[in-house]
Write a protein that binds this ligand. Structure first.
Ligand SMILES: [Zn+2]
Ligand SMILES: [Zn+2]
Length: 344
């Protein structure tokens, strides 16, 4: 079974033009080059082992249990945007006719908490769900949403999810008993709308623009801009006081900086990052400054003939001393490796 065959609506970009198709089968027949893509997606789905992947037992290891999503943290950010503040921050955009939820939390239990918060603030009957990228804490609660939920996801993110989410869930299960329980029996939904290009979602009195700007934190990062309120929900691309995590082959420091350059002209009034404190538009510049500092210092050390390993150790100490309130210090060495690889 193919996600493409099941998706009710597909948006495809041809140059500057966005085409909408209501049936993927028609699409595959008419446009031969997409047949291969659909077939590839079928292949990734082979065995449908998504929910069966298991990590090694967490017993005997250090337990890292991220806090559960809590309804108590629900706050209004702007006229139409609410946020559940936690791991991760989850944004809810409320219009007169419909509600858009951005990300799900880790596993069905967190997803159910998100849904209870949605019920408190929603006005209209229509419910949309989208995910900023494939990582477990952003996607694996989707089965808690009611059947009428319309799931929207970029094509590139969906393919990446099928390829990489089982491994990512295994890493999370390995962190703690709590995570293991949260990620039991994860059942993923079939997207109702697969997006290639951007989409404007009219929720009644407020609209959300869903768009991708290229690979950065992951290959399929998506961002959401709530135009009327000038609120940006950037996923993990703009974070608050965190050193960057670039876990897969597709993550790129150069790409991430290029995405931030494209984002700057939006000049959002407020930003709801998926991790870290909520802030104003200056978070984009702060994120860029930190990436540039990391990249610039790594290239400097490379120019001085230091190995990637030496540079990783030096910069871990240096940047931690300079930014003592930033989390993910342990990621700096891997970031430096990536900068060295990109400079080849
Ligand atoms: Zn992430
Ligand atoms: Zn994340």
């Amino acid at each position: 079974m193919s996600y493409f065959r099941n998706a009710k609506i597909i948006y495809l970009r041809y140059g500057n033009c966005v085409l909408r198709y209501d049936k993927c089968v028609t699409l595959a027949l008419r446009y031969g080059k997409y047949v291969g893509l659909a077939a590839a997606v079928c292949l990734f789905l082979g065995g449908s082992a998504m929910a069966q992947t298991t990590g090694a037992g967490a017993a005997g290891r250090a337990q890292t249990a991220q806090p559960l999503v809590s309804e108590q943290t629900l706050k209004q950010v702007s006229d139409h945007v609410y946020a559940l503040v936690g791991f991760p921050n989850i944004a809810i955009v409320v219009g007169n006719r419909g509600t858009l939820v951005i990300d799900t939390g880790l596993g069905v239990r967190n997803g159910a908490t998100v849904m209870r918060a949605v019920e408190k603030v929603a006005k209209g009957q229509n419910l949309y769900l989208t995910t900023t990228h494939y990582h477990s804490e952003h996607t694996t609660g989707e089965q808690a949403f009611p059947p009428h939920t319309v799931l929207i996801r970029p094509v590139v993110q969906q393919e990446e999810l099928i390829q990489r989410l089982p491994q990512h869930m295994a890493r999370f299960r390995d962190m703690s008993q709590q995570n293991k329980e949260l990620l039991q029996d994860v059942k993923l939904r079939t997207p109702d709308i697969l997006l290639d290009g951007e989409m404007k979602l009219d929720l009644g009195g407020v609209s959300a623009r869903l768009f991708c700007l290229g690979a950065a934190h992951t290959k399929g990062d998506m961002l959401i801009f709530v135009e009327e309120d000038s609120v940006l929900i950037p996923g993990d691309i703009v974070q608050s006081k965190l050193f960057p995590i670039m876990p897969d082959g597709e993550a790129t420091m150069k790409g991430w900086l290029a995405v931030l350059d494209k984002l700057e002209p939006l000049k959002p009034r407020l930003i709801v990052p998926d991790h870290g404190e909520l802030g104003d538009g200056s978070l984009i510049g702060k994120q860029r400054a930190m990436l540039q500092e990391l990249q610039g210092r790594a290239l400097q050390l490379k120019g001085e003939g230091k190995s990637a390993e030496e540079a990783g150790k030096l910069l871990t100490a240096e940047l931690h001393a300079k930014h003592p309130d930033f989390a993910n210090v342990e990621r700096i060495a891997a970031d430096v490796n990536l900068v060295y690889a990109e400079a080849q």
